[in-house]
Write a protein that binds this ligand. Structure first.
Ligand code: FAD
Length: 382
């Protein structure tokens, strides 16, 4: 889909957005601001995540049935949160994308009351799709296997790091099915409850940031998965359908970290502007770039479930640009702040580490560039 077609496409509804965004901003500038340092160091902000859900931050992109909702509002909510705390902003994405899996599954056991509890933040959950996304890109092999049994599957394997988990949480994951010799390979996707028999949450090594994201190694030993947990069987067509939406939603995380960095540059301008003006990547330049990128993303939000090649390349490109901008903005904010930004307690310092995560979480910049290169390559003649 080209830009002209995108501009002609009807905008998604956004009637509820202003009040939702006001409520999210109030949480971000109040309790989240207070909790950001503790969240960086290891405290899981459960109540804040619940309150963001009550404010509507996880519901905007979910429309009735299989329609796409207001992705622009969802990304704006994630941006507001990430501007103040990247770790919590990432968990907003985890929650939003898990809701997307449930909605698009069309499985009555996952939609209805379960989806309502998820979208309103009463229930929390994440996504363990880094490994499958990388497996589909040929970067690594699938880590979960599913053995067909009467009434469902038995799943085994370990995903090394999955965030926004806890004993009463769940995650959207994917497993390769053990098929009979000669049968076509396939995968299943499902919502895995952390309290199911055979599921174990194991400690991860310490990270340089994002410690409060409740990130665990998710180990499955012969876990039974019945039809009530299935998102898609087979999974490939489903992944093809939601891939653009999955990646597009993530941009809110990068936009927010970049915006937070720019805000921090303006804060030191009165004292340090006379010398900071000799730096590159000044806040007004970065803001111009960020605003232009946001406008591009918001245009792509009109058709989040599009699957054509041009659309996907655009989505991969804005996601890569958001990562690059977050890295540059966080680095420049550190140069602008100087020693005060080098304190471990400084938000400027924390944002440098958050921006590294924006750039390495799946799809990492290297993965995005690989996918853009593959999709842009001329098709080989038969
Ligand atoms: C804080 C944090 C939160 C995350 N949250 C999620 C989440 O919610 N959901 C999700 O699906 N993924 C999550 N991930 C995984 C993330 O998206 C990437 O897949 C992961 O960081 C590996 O990407 P990579 O580009 O380094 O992989 P590559 O460079 O391609 O490396 C290939 C594989 O090698 C393994 N590996 C590399 N280094 C190490 C190491 N030091 N120790 C153990 N294994 C290693 C990993 O399995 C990795 O996937 C999280 C990672 C981190 C650090």
């Amino acid at each position: 889909m080209d830009l002209a077609e995108l501009q002609a496409a009807p905008a998604a509804p956004s009637a509820a957005a202003p009040s939702m965004l006001d409520a999210v901003r109030e949480i971000a500038d109040g309790p989240l601001q207070q909790a950001a340092e503790a969240t960086d160091r290891g405290v899981y902000p459960r109540d804040i995540l619940r309150n963001l859900g009550a404010a509507g931050a996880y519901a905007a992109h979910i429309a009735p049935g299989l329609e796409a909702g207001d992705y622009r509002a969802a990304i704006r909510a994630m941006t507001e949160v990430s501007r103040v705390c990247g770790a919590t902003g990432f968990m907003v994405w985890c929650q939003q994308v898990a809701g997307l899996y449930m909605q698009q599954s069309g499985n009555p056991a996952l939609t209805g009351a379960r989806l309502a509890a998820h979208s309103s933040g009463q229930r929390l959950g994440g996504t363990g799709m880094s490994n499958p996304m990388k497996a589909y890109a040929g970067i690594e092999t699938l880590l979960l296997r599913a053995r067909p049994v009467p009434g469902g599957y038995r799943v085994s394997g370990t995903l090394p790091w999955v965030s926004n988990l806890g004993p009463d949480h769940y995650a959207g994951v994917l497993a390769g099915v053990d098929v009979a010799p000669g049968e076509a390979t396939r995968e299943i996707m499902f919502m895995l409850p952390c309290d199911a028999a055979g599921v174990e949450l194991r400690n991860c090594p310490s990270f340089s940031a994002m410690e409060g994201t409740n990130t665990w190694a998710l180990r499955c030993s012969d876990v039974f998965i019945g039809s009530d947990h299935l998102v898609a069987d087979p999974a490939r067509p489903f992944i093809a359908k939601i891939r653009g939406a999955f990646i597009l939603l993530q941009t809110g995380f990068g936009l927010g970290v970049a915006q937070g960095a720019i805000d921090s540059m303006w804060r030191v301008e009165p004292q340090l502007g006379h010398v900071n003006r000799y730096l590159e990547d000044r806040p007004d330049e970065l803001q111009g770039e960020l605003d232009a990128l946001t406008a591009r993303i918001e245009l792509l939000c009109r058709t989040p479930l599009a699957t054509d090649r041009e659309y996907l390349i655009d989505v991969l490109d804005v996601r890569a640009h958001a990562s690059e901008l977050a890295l540059r903005a966080a680095q420049s904010a550190l140069l602008h702040a100087g020693a005060r930004g080098y304190l471990l307690s400084s938000d400027v310092q924390r944002r440098v580490r958050e921006s590294h995560f924006v750039a390495i979480v799946t799809p990492a910049i290297k993965h995005l560039r690989q996918q853009i290169a593959l999709l842009s390559a001329p098709e080989m003649p038969d």
